[in-house]
Each structure stands twice: as C-alpha cells, then as structure tokens.
Design a protein around this ligand. Sequence first.
Ligand SMILES: Cc1ncc(C[n+]2csc(CCOP(=O)(O)OP(=O)(O)O)c2C)c(N)n1
Length: 178
Amino acid sequence: MIREVLPRDGFFVEELCQAGFTSYYGYPVYEPRTYVTPGFQGTLGFGFPTAIGVKAAMPDKAVVSITGDGGFLFGMPELASAAQHGIGLVTVVFNNSSFGNVRRDQQLRFNSNLIGADLENPDLMKLAESFAVDGYRVTSPGELKPVLAKAIDNDRPAIIEVVVERGTETSPWKYIMG
Ligand SMILES: Cc1ncc(C[n+]2csc(CCOP(=O)(O)OP(=O)(O)O)c2C)c(N)n1
C-alpha cells in the first residue's frame, strides 16, 4: 500500500519494527538509494531522525519514515527540528504499545515471561499537536492509504499513527530467516 502511494523516486526509511522487517521482502524498490536502512546493524531509533536528514537533503522528494512506537520514542524529540525547520517528512508510527519483537521473543522463547516489553506511550495525536505538526490516526491499511497520500501531498511534517492491538501481528521472520 505504501508503495502504491509513494512516488517512484520517493524515499522509504525503514526501522527495526514489524513493518520494517516486512519491508525487507515486501517493499519493491524502484530507484537506487531510495531504500534507507541500517541493515543488520539493527540500530533501533535510527529511522525517524535519519528520515529527517533524508528530507533535509532531498527537500523536493517525498520521504516516508516507518517506525514502531518503541523506536519512534527513541528519537522523537527531533520532531522539534522537523517542526522548526519545516522539514516535510511523513512518519508512520505502528503503535502496538510494546517493543513488539522483544515481546514476541519473550513469549515464544522464554515461556511468556514478559519483562519490559509493554509500553505506556504518550498520546501521539496530542504529541503532534503540541509540536504543531499534522497528526492522523488510522486503524486499517484501507484508511491509511488516502491519509498517507494526503500527507505526502501536503509536504509538511506529519505523524500518522496506525493503531495496532498489542500482540496481534503475524511474525515476518519466517520469510527472512527461513
Ligand atoms: C539500540 C537498540 N536497542 C534495542 C534493540 C533490540 N530491539 C530490536 S526490535 C526491538 C523492539 C522494537 O519495538 P518497536 O519499535 O515498538 O517496533 P515493533 O517490534 O513493536 O514493531 C528492540 C528493543 C535494538 N535492535 N537496538
């Protein structure tokens, strides 16, 4: 869906999150250097601040950052930079109220012994409002599509929160590690 909306020469900045892992095999890349990734260095929190840099460097191109709520909160204060300098990247936060990957590992490998995996997040719409950037909340891919298209078109800093019920994702790992 993101690929359908993001222009061919737009930049996609992934992150250590379920949607990011899925992009390893699920996101077609059409132009060189338009898929921005930390690779297997796996530096959680890389995505959002990096995407600000991508948009600052390529202001005429669309830039979409995708991130989980955990990774986003690592670099979230940089929203001030995006707002202050009018850096119009669009950030899609998949909010499952947890470090989802860690939570699933604890469930599957550590007998559901959950430690530090669930998160109490700020209200992301109020966060966007308080930084005076655009904020949208959606609950399905169908809802996300027109909102993402509009946010890209507006070319202003925007946060799109995708509400995901904690623990409901299907693991992408079987398609990556075999
Ligand atoms: C700097 C750093 N700290 C911790 C990790 C381990 N780690 C990998 S994925 C992950 C959870 C990410 O949670 P979130 O950003 O909410 O995405 P989700 O998995 O829920 O989609 C963590 C803590 C890491 N890769 N890098």
